[in-house]
Design a protein around this ligand. Structure first.
Ligand SMILES: [Fe+2]
Ligand SMILES: [Fe+2]
Length: 304
């Protein structure tokens, strides 16, 4: 089936289009879904400098990530995992598989992944009740994190999670912990260290290799399984951790017209991905039938 979507009629300000409610400690998203101003550790979201028990872990994570995510590494991983020959499983099975992991790159979250997926999807559903494709995107956007599981190679966290960025061209300075790229072999390679590198103006992000992780993997899975997800959903899945683009506007010179349209939806989505990482609890059994019905509309079983 095809899902019809309309472009959002909103004004987006670097993905942070929040309104302050009567209570200044509360943020209100588009349709009135209230979320706390702080994360599970009592700090503002994505504050990488905050003194916290996780700060050192996050920093070490990005050191490893920036050293190892090179053009050759990404090509190798895409070749290997793009075969999608590991197993077949339902969406709900893969959600349950994720439940044992905590994302080390994330300074905001210490909840099991299923909570995050359902919090994101439910917050979107409340504010955008007619965009069922976006609810489903919320539910599945992080499923690529199964790469952490032994059945999927048990990849280290630096090869699965964290902010993503293009490889094959210069690492933009707005990448978090940019200094660690000095340990990446591409940093000194003249083929890869210029503004365009191996790409060209407006070439389209589809033609750009992104650092390897759960985003690109789930994008490959959704695309190659010929799911009926719209292009905006695939865009959200592939670039939702691409903070240099959707927060800072870096790498825009690589986008084509379709990317620019889809970016509007990614800005909408990102607020929910970020701010739903709170202590809002979801009754899984209560909402499960709704999501199962959505899954059955566009995806049956995934080869992954
Ligand atoms: Fe993610
Ligand atoms: Fe997420």
């Amino acid at each position: 089936m095809t899902i019809a979507i309309e472009q959002p009629q909103i004004c987006v300000n670097n993905g942070a289009e929040e309104k302050i409610s009567g209570d200044p400690k509360e943020l209100v998203l588009d349709g009135g879904f209230s979320v706390p101003e702080t994360n599970a550790f009592g700090q503002t979201f994505r504050d990488y400098e905050a003194e916290s028990e996780r700060r050192k872990t996050v920093e070490e994570f990005y050191r490893m990530n920036h050293i190892h995510q090179s053009y050759d590494f990404v090509k190798k991983m895409r070749g290997e995992y793009g075969k999608l020959d590991r197993c077949e499983m339902s969406i709900w099975e893969s959600i349950e598989l994720l439940n044992e992991f905590v994302d080390e790159s994330d300074p905001d979250l210490d909840e099991p992944q299923i909570e995050h997926l359902l919090q994101t999807a439910e917050a979107i559903r409340k504010d955008y009740p007619n965009e069922d494709w976006l609810h489903l995107t919320g539910l599945i956007h992080d499923l690529g994190k199964v790469l952490l599981h032994p059945s999927f190679g048990q990849l280290p966290q630096w090869a699965v999670v964290g902010d993503t960025f293009p490889v094959g061209c210069a690492f933009d300075e707005c990448n978090v912990h940019h200094k660690f790229f000095e340990g990446n072999p591409d940093y000194y390679n003249p083929t890869y260290n210029t503004k365009f590198g191996v790409y060209s103006q407006g070439c389209g992000l589809d033609n750009v290799l992104m650092s390897w992780g759960h985003d690109d993997y789930m994008y490959l899975v959704a695309k190659e399984n010929k799911t009926a997800l719209p292009s905006a959903a695939l865009f959200i899945i592939r670039y939702h951790s691409f903070y240099p683009l959707h927060r800072f506007g870096a790498y825009e010179h690589l986008m084509n017209e379709e990317d620019k349209e889809n970016l509007k939806w990614l800005h909408v989505f990102n607020k929910y991905d970020l701010y739903s990482k709170s202590k809002v609890r979801i009754d899984v059994e209560k909402v499960k039938p709704y999501y199962i019905s959505l899954i059955e509309k566009v995806i049956i079983v995934l080869s992954i």
